[in-house]
Design a binder for this molecule. Structure first.
Ligand code: UDP
Length: 379
């Protein structure tokens, strides 16, 4: 089977730091190729992952521009997707497109009508009700958790082939670092991820906390300062920047609670692996939770609020703790050493390894091709 994997134009693959979808694609592509699937990757030219071919419109990731107003950036995703369609038009050896580009991907591919398409939903499905409530029949679709699909409009939920949990290559790695004292929140700094709650809880309990992740695509304090001091900068009033300044920064004391900016590569893995626990004080129904499965793969127990995909990923009391309120969260944080890191690692190897995810996607690719044949037969 030869597929075109559309990662979109936002970040390179692997992303070299923050990057939800690009990390998923970076995990999936090598595992699919080990199963004999040929992969043509549609991404940006700076992508370094090994694939059979690379298709791109942009040289570099366009993520920074994604934060600008819609009417200034709407052309980016469309330009990339037109490049994908041009490529598909120019050849007839692609058996299936596995698409990850939000809305623009399925909209353009359904209008084009080329090879069968499986589109993976990585988002909160209450977004885009006008589109998700009117799902194009020709596009097969899957979610990244059952909890995510439960929030979808009925039309989309009925069209879905099921959900495939996210995975991480860390599930196959040996233990990377001994457990340390610090708690970590790994993720974009934004209200949805609840860094302010983690900071409040840890400060109250006197426990060290490291916040790692970009603020609206800004990776360091210096980059952030530039934006804060430039009233004309497009990110100046961005909600994530305001959230960081108003609700997170007041807790940063340079000692107990710190923000270290975005981390990547080995530095990220070692920081995460040496955490005492990973905190997920989610303020939304997290659809997929890459950072949750990464923590478990590293033997770091996740402790979070019982929302979104968390109850599907974490078995309360065995592989982490789930709380229903901030007060309860603080109680479980204190008991985190009761969780056996080996149990977390075992669970991640069994459920969240690249080969498990790739095997599941191959099943969905076959189901997508069969579905197309049925649709053609019926027509
Ligand atoms: N991440 C990273 N460096 C950071 C913060 C996050 O490499 O400083 C990675 C994190 O390890 C995970 C991804 O970015 O692989 C975030 O994925 P998740 O699904 O948790 O969040 P979302 O896609 O909602 O932003």
């Amino acid at each position: 089977m030869k597929i075109l994997m559309n990662a979109g134009p936002w970040l390179r693959v692997p992303p070299g730091g923050y990057g939800g979808i690009e990390n998923v694609v970076a995990t999936l592509v090598p595992a699919l190729r080990r199963l004999g699937v040929e992969v043509v990757l549609a991404s940006v030219r700076s992508s370094t992952i090994e694939a059979d071919e690379l298709v791109c419109v942009f040289d570099e990731g366009q993520f920074r521009d994604l934060q600008k107003p819609y009417n200034q950036v709407m052309g980016l995703a469309h330009a990339h997707q037109l490049g994908v369609v041009r490529e598909l038009r120019s050849r007839d050896d692609i058996d299936l497109v596995h698409d990850h580009l939000e809305v623009v991907g399925p909209a353009v591919l359904s209008a084009y009508g080329g090879p069968p398409v499986l589109h993976t939903l990585h988002w909160d499905l209450r977004k885009h009700p006008a589109f998700y409530g009117n799902w194009p029949d020709s596009i097969a679709v899957n979610g990244v958790s059952d909890a995510q699909l439960a929030r979808a409009p009925a039309e989309l939920r009925e069209a879905a082939l099921g959900s495939v949990h996210l995975a991480t290559p860390l599930a196959d790695a040996p233990p990377l670092a001994p457990r340390g004292e610090r708690f970590v929140v790994m993720g974009r700094i934004c209200r949805l991820k609840g860094q302010h709650v983690a900071a409040r809880v840890c400060q109250k309990l006197g426990l060290p906390l490291v916040l790692a992740g970009p603020v609206s695509g800004l990776d360091t304090e210096v980059e952030l300062d530039t934006v804060v001091h430039d009233a004309d900068h497009p990110l100046h009033g961005h909600p994530d920047v305001r959230y960081y300044l108003d609700e997170v920064r007041p807790y940063l004391d340079g000692d107990l609670v710190t923000w270290i900016g975005a981390v990547s590569g080995c530095a990220r893995d070692l920081l995460y692996a040496s955490a005492r626990a990973a905190l997920f004080p989610l303020q939304w129904d997290e659809p997929g939770g890459t950072a949750v499965v990464e923590a478990m793969a590293l033997g770091v127990p996740p402790v979070g609020l019982r929302r979104g995909c968390l109850p599907e990923l974490v078995d309360h009391g065995r592989t982490g703790f789930l709380a229903d309120s901030e007060e309860e969260l603080a109680e479980w944080v204190l008991r985190v050493d009761e969780i056996d890191p080996e149990e977390c690692r075992r669970e991640a190897r069994a459920r969240f390894s690249p080969s498990v995810m790739a095997g599941r996607y191959v099943e969905l690719y076959e189901a997508t091709v069969a579905r197309r044949r049925r649709q053609r037969g019926a027509a």
